[in-house]
Design a protein around this ligand. Structure first.
Ligand code: SF4
Length: 268
């Protein structure tokens, strides 16, 4: 009896074998085909590298490779760009391709396959917020503009390469070209925690500060620098750290209406 075929995997293999549709990017991982049934996975940053210069990695070693960044810090979000680079994996068959992907980006294949259907179901921020309980219940009281600030800060391409397909406020969903083919169908745990903190911060006593455009421009530059160079011991999941890049970007989002035009870009 032949083994049951996984339709998601079959669709993926077919897509990779199609010259117009291949390669695909799943978060920080590039997938490509070098002929029928021959697949390669590597870091997107290594797309133009000579494959002979990349270290071959077995499928069984990919989960460990994806666990930590190059500084040895745990990666709670496997779609973060901080996956180590410099390797290449060649799964022996389609089934092995599925195992590879599940190690590098858990759930990525099934989410991608869901986007191929006509009845794609995503969870909007409001629905997600309304079903929270306990200490997360209060995120439902974030206004639409506040929820948008949270989404922009949390899902920024510098932190996550899944393309957000769930709606929030007035901001549009992410284009595949800006991130990758791996979709995000509902807010994740990192976004939930950032939203909780944003709500808590919104309840704090306010102070009044008068700053001119020059000072505001300097603050924007300082924030961009701190976002690009976080402390080496900072963990992605530790949103209690005031130096966390997502918190700094959230602060920048709040300052946006007051920043001089030249400082509005994100200094990428
Ligand atoms: S909610 Fe945002 S940060 Fe979390 S996985 Fe989705 S796109 Fe990435």
């Amino acid at each position: 009896m032949s083994p049951t075929k996984n339709p998601a995997l079959e669709r993926l293999a077919g897509t990779l074998g199609h010259p117009r549709l291949s390669p695909l990017r799943f978060g920080p991982v590039l997938l490509r085909s070098n002929g029928p049934g021959i697949f390669e996975l590597l870091h997107v940053d290594d797309a133009s590298a000579d494959p002979a210069r990349l270290a071959p990695v077995e499928v069984e070693a990919l989960a460990d490779l994806a666990a930590n960044d190059r500084l040895g810090r745990f990666r709670p979000n496997k779609a973060s760009p901080d996956l180590v680079s410099g390797w290449i994996c060649r799964p022996r068959d389609t089934e092995s391709l599925g195992e590879s992907l599940e190690s590098l980006l858990p759930g990525g294949l099934s989410d991608w396959y869901a986007t191929q259907a006509t009845d794609l179901r995503v969870v909007p921020f409001r629905e997600f917020a309304d079903r929270q309980t306990g200490m997360f219940r209060k995120i439902a009281s974030l206004s639409d503009p506040e929820a948008c600030e949270v989404a922009r800060a949390c899902c920024d391409v510098r932190f996550c390469l899944r393309r957000r397909l769930w709606p929030v406020g007035e901001i549009g969903v992410d284009a595949a070209a800006s991130k990758s083919d791996a979709p995000c169908l509902e807010p994740c745990a990192l976004l939930l925690e950032l939203a909780r903190r944003a709500h808590r911060m919104s309840q704090e006593e306010r102070s009044t500060l008068h700053l001119g455009e020059t000072d505001l421009a300097s603050i924007a530059v300082a924030l961009d620098t701190a976002i690009a160079h976080p402390p080496s011991d900072l963990r992605e999941g530790d949103l209690s750290n005031p130096a966390h890049p997502r918190r700094l970007l959230l602060l920048r989002e709040k300052l946006l209406p007051w920043l001089p035009e030249a400082a509005r870009g994100k200094g990428e």
